[in-house]
Design a protein around this ligand. Structure first.
Ligand code: SAH
Length: 228
């Protein structure tokens, strides 16, 4: 059989995918090519194996610039948005960061490649357990995964240099704002269920909270206490 027929006529064609090459293409074209300029973010995304965070059946699309379904009707965010949120948090290597919405653990892994400590909270137990196990298996030692409602933050580990919320909230939970250091940055999609939300950066300052609009986004909803 020729190579062509092996590819087009076989019952389930197997395309050999070079994930390292695909990932490099993603970083060069979809991230750097579209304006992500923070070298620490680009480097972290170049070394984070996204194909090991997606469901097996989507593995060949792991480095396309799109969100993909994960278990429990949730999604792993689009690489460009992960990069944009991470860059917008203006991180330093010594930072301690809180993420709300662990999902697959991918965003936490990217953060772990940049900062000293990452704390991440997931409300769906199954997802929290799987992400914790996956991150441990991949050797991430500076990430702690908690199963719970992120609305309340992580008091024992607060305050944080940055907080990323990766689910859409109708408004920012006050306990999370309270757990930001002075000068700390919160990156969060704020808005309704069905429409696109505003990705915002909130910076805690002496006089109050400074709010900046980053872009429009679509995230799965934040559930739990924030809806009450
Ligand atoms: N950051 C993830 C993708 C997030 S999808 C990744 O990199 O894969 C949003 C996640 O937020 C979902 O897993 C959802 O279960 C979780 N979530 C929704 N509301 C939450 C809450 N109140 N506290 C913690 N996690 C929440």
């Amino acid at each position: 059989m020729s190579l062509i027929s092996a590819v087009f006529l076989g019952p389930k064609p197997v395309f050999p995918v070079d994930f390292d090459m695909e990932r490099k293409r993603m970083v060069d074209e979809d991230l750097r090519g579209r304006g992500i300029a923070d070298e620490a973010v680009l480097k972290a995304m170049l070394k984070t194996p996204r194909h090991l965070f997606v469901e097996e059946r989507y593995i060949e699309r792991a480095y396309a610039d799109s969100a993909l379904p994960i278990k429990e009707n949730q999604t792993i965010s689009q690489p460009f948005i992960v990069a944009l949120m991470t860059q917008s948090a203006m991180l330093k290597p010594s930072d301690r960061v809180l993420e709300i919405g662990t999902g697959s653990g991918y965003q936490a892994a990217v953060l772990a490649g940049i900062v000293k400590e990452v704390y991440t909270i997931e409300i769906v137990k199954n997802l929290a357990d799987e992400a914790r196990e996956r991150l441990a298996r991949l050797g991430y030692k500076n990430v702690k995964v908690l199963h719970g409602d992120g609305y309340h933050g992580w008091k024992e580990a607060a305050p944080f240099d940055a907080i990323l919320i990766t689910a859409a909230a109708p408004q920012i939970p006050q306990p999370l704002l309270d757990q930001l250091k002075m000068g700390g940055r919160m990156i969060a999609p704020v808005g309704g269920y069905w429409f696109s939300q505003d990705l915002l950066r909130l910076t805690r300052e002496k006089g109050g909270v400074r709010k900046e609009y980053i872009t429009g986004v679509v995230f799965v909803p934040m559930t739990g206490e924030v809806r009450k």
